[in-house]
Design a protein around this ligand. Structure first.
Ligand code: XIL
Length: 432
């Protein structure tokens, strides 16, 4: 009865929200309430790696429909609260894990938590495992030493426990990053005063090693086996920013205090303290830009020669038209040639329209992306092991500062969008 009430309240909230934001056309709304009219669930065939691979490049013409129209899905807005929907991680289980980046508040929401367990088998903390969440300045200062910070894990404890309870693996995001790392961490005496001076390279190397050690030791002893991949360094390449070999310099206090080898040192320490089965990743955005791709390849190949890296993370915050899928695929192929694992770590599509037509186009873009991922795996061109979407609902997306972004797979009332069905390769979503 309690459950029925909760669902009823949720349904009313959903109804109200849909009307208020005029998000979808009346027919869409009617479709959700009247499933029998067009929403017959079709059992999706799961892809298996043994299937014959589709050759690349992707054909440019729209294939003729082979199914009678009545069997093709027409209702894409299915409430995950009220109805069974297929599971993405189940669908793609022979290929890669399907991940979600989420914040603690959203994860601990009953409805969202339930949906996450059903749909995802990998999780990334949206913010809760970043240095600014873990570093405790007061406790660090009170040690009276310069080289070993003190950390607190209350930000991410519940998220790690959620993963243990629900058999979800976690990507550890992120150890060494120029952003979301407080300036005081780079200063003598951990000073946060305007006249603070940088700590020496030697001190910073020790702080870095201790930071990586403490994060890994805590996570691996308290929640053994949960973290399967670490983003060891995030966003260190920014060609044109003045650093050596295309490295980010102007806003990277890691670069400024340690020097260009800080990335190699981070991977060296990470390898030293990681559990043997944990994979170490270099992660970055806009990896498909030529100069950036070249610089990343140089960097990761060097670290690969040192034996300290296992994979490349392509964040993939992309637009509706840019990058082209050809450029994107080309980058995955080039990265694949290194023999390292590839993970798509932060996928979202920055759509700024909520028209029915654009939602369908977004579904097509998601479908083409997954078509490409599948093909690259089938042909052995890239060892893609995880696809993570950066957020659950459009409303909660980090892109949604103006309230007009629709980058993800579920809408604000936890209905599936065409994008969700695109990920599932549903025939109702055109591939072109
Ligand atoms: C974002 C979070 O989602 C936001 O909540 C936060 O305000 C800024 O960071 N690249 C990354 C992620 O590696 O950690 C970023 O996450 C998005 C870009």
């Amino acid at each position: 009865m309690l459950l029925w009430n909760a669902k009823w309240i949720k349904t009313m909230v959903r109804l109200f929200t849909v009307v208020m934001i005029c998000n979808f056309a009346v027919c869409t709304f009617a479709g959700c309430g009247g499933k029998e009219e067009g929403g017959e669930e079709k059992q999706e065939a799961q892809p298996t790696k043994e299937e014959e691979s589709t050759p690349t490049p992707i054909p440019t013409s729209t294939p003729a429909p082979t199914e009678p129209a009545k069997e093709v899905r027409t209702d894409f807005y299915i409430s995950s609260l009220d109805e069974e929907i297929p599971s993405m991680c189940e669908y793609w289980k022979d290929y890669f894990s399907i991940g979600i980046a989420i914040t603690k508040g959203e994860l601990l929401n009953d409805f969202k938590g339930e949906l996450i367990v059903q749909q995802f088998n990998s999780m990334t903390c949206g913010n809760e495992m970043k240095p600014d969440a873990l570093l405790d300045r007061e406790a660090t200062k009170s040690t009276g030493t310069e080289t070993c910070p003190v950390l607190k894990f209350d930000s991410c404890d519940e998220m790690l426990a959620f993963c243990v309870d629900n058999n979800i693996k976690m990507r550890g995001h992120t150890l060494i990053w120029h952003s979301q790392t407080p300036d005081w961490f780079f200063m003598e005496g951990y000073s946060n005063k305007p006249d603070a001076v940088f700590a020496s390279r030697e001190v910073m190397l020790e702080r870095m090693e201790n930071y990586i050690r403490l994060v890994m030791e805590y996570v691996n002893t308290t929640y053994p086996g949960v973290v399967y991949a670490w983003d060891v360094v995030n966003e260190a390449i920014a060609p044109g920013d003045g650093g050596e070999n295309g490295m980010r310099m102007s806003d990277s206090l890691w670069y400024q205090t340690i020097g260009p080898d800080f990335v190699e040192k981070a991977f060296e320490y990470a390898r030293k303290y990681a559990a043997p089965e944990q994979k170490l990743f270099y992660n970055d955005f806009n990896t498909y830009e030529t100069a950036k791709r070249i610089a990343i390849l140089e960097l990761v190949n060097k670290i690969k020669d040192q034996g300290n890296i296992d994979g490349i993370g392509m964040q993939s915050h992309i637009g509706m038209n840019s990058p082209t899928l050809l450029d994107y695929e080309e980058t995955i192929r080039k990265f694949g040639e290194t023999g390292l694992e590839i993970q798509i770590t932060e996928l979202d599509i920055n759509l700024d329209s909520n028209s029915e037509e654009d939602f369908m186009k977004e579904g097509t873009r998601y479908k083409r992306l997954f078509f490409t991922f599948k093909n690259l795996v089938d042909t052995g061109a890239a060892n893609i092991t995880n696809i993570t979407v950066w957020g659950l609902t459009d409303e909660g997306s980090w892109l949604n500062k103006d309230g007009k972004r629709y980058p993800l797979l579920f809408n604000q009332v936890l209905e599936t969008k065409p994008a969700f069905w695109g990920v599932l390769m549903d025939e109702g979503i055109p591939l072109y």
